[in-house]
Design a protein. Structure first.
Length: 254
């Protein structure tokens, strides 16, 4: 079994074994590697080089053999001998295929959550823009109505505007906080996507463990629903009397 970068090529036995084929579990020199990849049945094989070859390859502690299968009943990788002696009636799958499938499913799950969190951020930003436009429109209406009554109602106009602006600050603060939460979810998803890509050269057994740990982190994220956006409106009324309070409409905050 190939384990050290200082070994010789296991094909020609002459060149340095600088490249390790993960599917064949053999060391290749540069020339034999090229020939290997030209073979139709081996063109999709993957290699690791340099210090990655020195990465310890986990073996079955009892039989000192490579893990080839994944026992779904026991949730553990097993070697060829264990598959017969201890797991003969268990549901077994190919370890590499199981790892590839899990990575694919995990990538899709992260991608879905990344898309949802990005949409949530976009929705909140749209809500913020629409809300601020409403605030401007309400302030404009209140101000115009205040100007209509001139100095008599200046003080009342000031009070209404301040109320709207105070509520606006509260709403914008809440929206900003929501954006931070959903943007963090989005950034986490991006980082997980990057982590999965960086795991491509890791041996299947180690990769399976890392993917399971990553899956726990992904499953623990529960994306919050975006609440209804804040809104504000103003309803005009045309009073007949001269009492200041009766000259104005009603503010409604949601």
């Amino acid at each position: 079994m190939a384990q050290a970068a200082a070994s010789t090529c296991e094909i020609c036995t002459g060149g340095p074994g600088e490249h390790y084929c993960q599917q064949c579990d053999q060391l290749f020199c540069g020339s034999c590697k090229l020939s290997h990849l030209r073979t139709k049945s081996c063109k999709n094989h993957t290699f690791v080089s340099g210090r990655d070859i020195n990465q310890k390859k986990l073996l079955c502690t009892e039989h000192k053999e490579c893990f080839l299968f994944y026992c779904q009943d026991c949730d553990t990788p097993v070697c060829r001998i264990c598959s017969v002696e201890k797991h003969s009636r268990h549901l077994m799958t190919d370890l590499t295929k199981t790892t590839v499938k899990l990575r694919s499913e995990l990538a899709k799950d992260i991608e879905l959550k990344e898309t949802t969190s990005r949409q949530n951020v976009n929705t909140i930003e749209k809500y913020t823009k629409a809300y601020r436009e409403e605030v401007k429109a309400v302030i404009k209406t209140i101000t115009e109505e205040g100007n209509y009554w001139k100095k008599l109602i200046d003080k009342k106009v000031e009070g209404f505007v301040k109320l709207v602006q105070d509520e606006e600050q509260k709403a914008l603060h809440n929206m900003s906080a929501l954006i931070k939460v959903h943007r963090k979810d989005f950034e986490n998803c991006q980082q997980w996507q990057k982590n999965i890509k960086e795991m491509e050269s890791i041996a299947d057994v180690l990769l399976l463990k890392k993917l399971k740990k990553l899956k726990v982190d992904v499953d623990n994220i529960e994306l919050q629903q975006v609440p209804e956006r804040s809104s504000v409106s103003y309803r005009n009324k045309k009073p007949l009397g001269t009492e200041i309070d009766s000259l104005f409409g009603e503010l409604q905050f949601k």
